[in-house]
Every structure is written in structure tokens, then in C-alpha cells.
Design a protein. Structure first.
Length: 168
């Protein structure tokens, strides 16, 4: 009889383990709140172009930094990057191969190569967007993006909107 009970207990153990409720880890009161101010990857790159350490990126520093970044990947000095080399550039300078600007929006003539002129033209648009006060320099505050507070999260850690909140 004991053998039967032991076998029954062993057989039920996996079933019980599978039915255990999933309890999310909820940060305690001392947890740091979610960030509400963010910087785009391209914004971090632009901030790194500050050559003289004055916390401002002048247009000259911007152009020199962008050229330096392009030349660091254009090791053959061909004046253009294929999409794979552009992905290498993105990973090195923006932190990820899939961040913006994408090669598709940068390659204006659709020849599957990014020339220096195409990259510079794309970054001209970014300089204009970030230079909010139009003083021909970009400060750290102009690189910041405000993000609204995150919603509560459900049991799986996903944000919950008003319609997804559990009803009591």
C-alpha cells in the first residue's frame, strides 16, 4: 500500500507543478520608477559628437562626428556602404543594427548603397529636427524625449490600458 501511495504522490507532482499560479514580481516601494525622459539612439550618437566638452554640439562638430563615423566603417574608402556595412555602422554608432535611420530611408536613389552624401542629407534632417531653438547647435535638453508614465502591467508583464484592466 505504501508503494502505491508513493507512486501516486510522484505521479501527481508534475501535475501540481504545472498548475501553480504564476505570480509576477512587483517592485517594492523603494524600486526606482520607470524613466519618463528618454534619448533616441541617434540622439546619443549626436551627443557623443561634442568635441570640446561644452555640452553643445555645434554644426561643425556634428558634421565632423558624422564624417568620422562614416569613415570608420568605410574602410575601403569607396565613399559608400552596402546595407550590411550600414548595419555594422548602425550597431557601432547607434547601438543596434535595427535602429533608425534605416538604410531604406537613407538610400535615396535605391541602389542598395549608402553614400556619404545620402547619409549627410538624412542627418541634415535630424539636425534640423533636434535643433529646436534653431541656434545651429544641439544641447542635451534638445535631444531628450518625454515619455508618458507607463500603464499598470498585467500578470504577464504587459502594459494594461483602461479596457484591459481586470474588473472587480
Amino acid at each position: 500500500m505504501r508503494l502505491f501511495l508513493m507512486l501516486a504522490a510522484l505521479a501527481a507532482t508534475p501535475a501540481l507543478a504545472q498548475q501553480a499560479p504564476v505570480t509576477p514580481v512587483v517592485p517594492g516601494p523603494q524600486a526606482q520608477p520607470a524613466a519618463t525622459v528618454m534619448v533616441e539612439p541617434v540622439g546619443m550618437m549626436i551627443a557623443a559628437f561634442d568635441g570640446d566638452g561644452d555640452a553643445r554640439v555645434s554644426r561643425a562638430e556634428f558634421d565632423a562626428g558624422l564624417r568620422r563615423s562614416f569613415d570608420s566603417v568605410d574602410t575601403g574608402k569607396t565613399g559608400s556602404l552596402g546595407y550590411i556595412a550600414f548595419s555594422d555602422w548602425s550597431e557601432r554608432w547607434l547601438g543596434d543594427r535595427n535602429t533608425l535611420p534605416s538604410p531604406f530611408e537613407t538610400d535615396r536613389d535605391g541602389d542598395n548603397r549608402i553614400t556619404w552624401d545620402e547619409l549627410a542629407a538624412r542627418f541634415d534632417l535630424l539636425f534640423a529636427r533636434f535643433d529646436a531653438n534653431k541656434d545651429n547647435a544641439i544641447t542635451r535638453s534638445e535631444l531628450l524625449t518625454l515619455r508618458p508614465q507607463l500603464f499598470d502591467r498585467d500578470r504577464r508583464g504587459r502594459p494594461m490600458g483602461k479596457s484591459a484592466r481586470p474588473r472587480n
